[in-house]
Write a protein that binds this ligand. Structure first.
Ligand code: GTP
Ligand code: SPV
Ligand code: MN
Length: 610
């Protein structure tokens, strides 16, 4: 590996390509002076670079090569660094109200002072990597550029897969292009001669995932994991981008994008927002069980959408890979994900089989012996899971057998349908069609879900997760609701139709009522048929639901009582729900748009008239 030792060269700080962007060079120099790395390395995004870094991490014991999967590795994180950490995530704006009640807030001066103290000397003994990356295809009018500085080679390799990295980005930047500076350190300086540990990170109270949306700046410290460290993803493409999108009149959303093709060959583009670990990757790669229907994947986690010249809403996937939940992924539940993972994959916190492959809960019957995600022997029946519940895979999107030929189309795909949803064992029916845009925004703004292992903290607690953006909105959520209402006004009759789904309703005995996965195509087909005016619905106080006979359930052995329960709207339950929605909205105070207040009144009125 070519590296330049500091003191730094005045020109391009050792970059393997010409860098003429003075602001970028200055920033790298400034960060190096603060963090005191042993050396600086500019990433070129090449396969050779990836291989060199992986070889070094394999040699050091940080990565384990998988015998059964070509060019694939397993990492085991520190047991305290396994997921996003919402409690340590901050939106730092000058006025606290601009971050809003759903975000943690520290004033920019104070936060920068604290973090500068942490960053001082934090890269001692380590390499400072400069990663120029593009969110969206390089050159797309909708793409945006970031530069991540990190001291983690794991982050570099993951960024190779999740974004477009390298020289082409520097060329696109030119002398004075816009970029989002993304500073990351694992927060574990190495004393001279000290040996590294396999997953360096800082203690929880020193972890900070900080965003300064008023200056498009990201500072992350102390964690090496996923959304905390791969700063193009949640930090840039959602938190910073959502604030940019509001200023610039577009939307940055926590959404999968898929193309559903009807038996007659008509294309429907669907974008769906579900909270973390609530089914986006699975829906994005759906294999419809309904005869004649097909699907193509465009993205599994993030959508950037703009109003096009024809007045419709167009979506791109700003990412280049999938950072997906491993547990629950199987040939039965998500065969396309399993096929995607055949090679060139980074696995994190999965279990290791004796023959050198990965395993996780829900993949297949458990082998008789495994090494668990913490490197300990594991046997079926052990109390702890073999894979961490938030174990993940990082894999190039192009490897997905059903990736759409149009997934990198620079202008994106025109959206027909928005789906919102969450994970709720009761109350929420299988599907609701919104009466209109405002009602759809209301359904999304009041979305609720049980918490999952994607965040460090309790699992299974019910909370409101508006638009599946509660952890990802870079500004006041009430203003975000207002922005959605304004976008609806601009879109008028070209706006996508809005639906709400819940694949996760359970019986009194705690069993899933709906088979989910590929069978979700039956619900998607109902939505498309609604757009065409081809299928019926019943009007209920909470929205339009299919009559049992409106869903195509041919070939599905769904007990009648399940269907009844999936579509049941209980007046008493919804009175309680209404009270909880009112409580949820109270926290936004006067900033809550009047039109959403009106939606609460409308729901109350409809409930009282049944
Ligand atoms: P993030 O990457 O955290 O944003 O998650 P995601 O929304 O992409 O969730 P993903 O598709 O990875 O699903 C998370 C878990 O939910 C997995 O264990 C899936 O097996 C499970 N799951 C997904 N879809 C369904 C479904 O239709 N029914 C049921 N019962 N489980 C599902
Ligand atoms: C999520 O938590 O919604 C994820 C995983 O997609 S992470 O990148 O860690 O945020
Ligand atoms: Mn996600």
């Amino acid at each position: 590996m070519q590296n330049k030792s500091i003191p730094l060269e005045a020109d391009a700080l050792g970059a393997p390509y010409p860098v003429i962007h003075r602001r970028l060079l200055h920033w790298v120099e400034e960060v190096a002076a603060l963090c005191q790395p042993q050396q600086i390395y500019w990433c070129d995004g090449s396969p050779a670079e990836y291989e060199r870094l992986m070889a070094a991490m394999t040699a050091s014991g940080a990565a384990i090569r998988l015998k059964q999967k070509s060019n694939s590795v397993l990492f085991r994180s520190h047991p305290g660094d396994v997921a996003r950490i919402e409690d340590r995530t901050f939106i730092s704006t000058h006025h606290r109200d601009d971050a809003g009640p759903t975000n943690n807030w520290i004033a920019p001066d104070e936060l920068k002072r604290t973090m500068t103290g942490l960053y001082r000397g934090c890269m001692a003994g380590r390499t400072l990597y400069v990663i120029p990356f593009s969110m969206g295809p390089i050159g797309s009018p909708l793409a945006k550029i970031g530069v991540e500085i990190t001291d983690s080679a794991y982050v570099v390799c993951n960024m190779h897969i999740m974004t477009r990295v390298g020289r082409g980005v520097i060329e696109a930047l030119g002398a004075d292009g816009e970029f989002v500076p993304c500073l990351h350190s694992v927060g574990a300086p190495l004393r001279p001669g000290a040996a590294d540990i396999v997953w360096p990170c800082a203690p929880l109270e020193q972890k900070y995932i900080s965003h300064f949306p008023e200056e498009n700046l990201i500072w992350s410290y102390g964690s090496g994991y996923g959304g905390n460290a791969l700063l193009g993803k949640k930090c840039f493409a959602l938190r910073i981008a959502s604030a940019m999108a509001r200023r610039e009149g577009w939307l940055a959303e926590h959404m999968l994008i898929l193309r559903l093709i009807s038996p007659t060959g008509k294309h429907y583009h669907i974008a769906g927002a579900f909270p973390s670990a609530c089914g986006k990757t699975n829906l994005a790669m759906i294999q419809p069980t309904l005869p004649g229907w097909r699907a193509e994947c465009i993205g599994d986690d993030i959508a950037w959408t703009h109003i096009g010249p024809d007045g419709r809403l167009y979506a791109i996937n700003p990412e280049a890979g999938f950072f997906g939940v491993a547990p629950g992924t199987s040939v039965r539940s998500n065969p396309m994900a399993m096929a995607t993972l055949r090679a060139n994959t980074i696995f994190t916190n999965c279990a290791l089989t004796d023959d050198g492959d990965v395993w996780w809960e829900g993949m297949s019957p458990a082998p008789a012996h495994l090494i668990d995600w913490q490197g300990r022997a594991w046997h079926p029946g052990d109390a702890r899971p073999a894979a961490h519940p938030n174990a993940r895979f990082t894999v190039p999107a192009v490897q997905c057998p059903v990736i759409s030929p149009d997934w990198e189309k620079p202008e994106g795909v025109p959206l027909d349908i928005f789906i919102f949803g969450g994970r709720r064992a009761s109350v929420m029916p299988l599907v609701i069609e919104a009466f209109d845009w405002d009602h759809g925004v209301f359904l999304a703004a009041t979305a609720s879900s049980e918490t999952t292992a994607a965040n460090v903290g309790a699992v299974g607690n019910l909370r409101r997760d508006p638009f599946a953006m509660r952890p990802f909105c870079g500004y006041n959520m009430a203003d975000y609701f207002g922005h959605w209402l304004a976008m609806g006004d601009r879109l008028g009759d070209r706006a996508p139709r809005i639906f709400y789904v819940n694949w996760f309703r359970k019986s009194a005995a705690g069993k899933w009522l709906w088979p989910g996965y590929g069978e979700n195509s039956r619900v998607l087909a109902w939505m498309c048929d609604r757009l065409e005016g081809r299928v019926g619905a019943q009007t209920t106080p909470i929205g339009r639901l299919p009559e049992p006979t409106d869903l195509d359930l041919n070939g599905l052995a769904l007990p009648t009582e399940n269907l009844h329960e999936l579509l049941r709207v209980d007046a008493n339950e919804w009175q309680a729900e209404l009270s909880d929605i009112e409580r949820h909205f109270t926290c936004f105070g006067a900033r809550l748009p009047e039109r959403l207040r009106q939606q609460v009144i409308n729901l109350a009125t409809r409930l009282n008239t049944v």
